[in-house]
Design a binder for this molecule. Sequence first.
Ligand code: PEP
Length: 260
Amino acid sequence: TPKRVPVMAGNWKLNPNTLSDATNLLKLIASNFLHHRSASDPEVVIFPPYPFLMPALELLEGTGIKVGAQNCALQESPGAFTGEVSASMIRSMGCDYVMLGHSERRTLFGETDAKINAKAHLCLKQPGLGIILCIGETLEEYQSNLLESVVEMQLKKGLAGLKAEDISSSSLIIAYEPCWAINTGIAATPQQANTAHMAVRRTLTKLFGADVAQSIRIQYGGSVKPDNIEDLMAMPEIDGALVGGASLTADGFTRIVDGA
Ligand code: PEP
């Protein structure tokens, strides 16, 4: 089976407060990365808020760091959908990914599996645009032994209608993020995460066959920090990380990427 290239992503959420703060952070990240990249390094993607996408694309040019959007519209552009940003717009700027189904979008903004699925189809219609599909169980579900059935359902519904031939290793990344580990400071143990990733890959195998399932990267997310990344990345089924809070400083994010 082909080796999966690790993929490390920073989810900025609703941070930082101002364009000048974003610009400063991007410049610091760019200077860290310009100094020590090599061919065997992981793929790196940063997900800033929409208004900071263009500055990110400009300031990270030449670093090898890719840029993605944290969400996209449920509709195609052009159209009368005030306040929305389409997959086409995002791709046309030069972004390589859209994140879909983050637990904050699911719980705070009414993002259903059906909406996520419709957005996934819109993104994958844009040549060169990949998705990071976020899934994961709540604490209650985890304690009730429902982890595997929850992630299986989220994958089946979120990826409904997609066929193996629609999927390449760069077009679909799964981020397994247990809700109880996001923004709590309590990461899953490497063993817990690896077991969950095995369940994710079992479902991907049912959906797309073993070859495609083996090629899809599965990231762990939830309180990833510079001091736990190496143990997580040592697990065979963990192909990268989706990092929230710890991606908001240049040195923290750089150390996490180095931990891959
Ligand atoms: C996230 O936003 O996807 C996340 C995992 O957040 P944090 O790393 O802050 O827990």
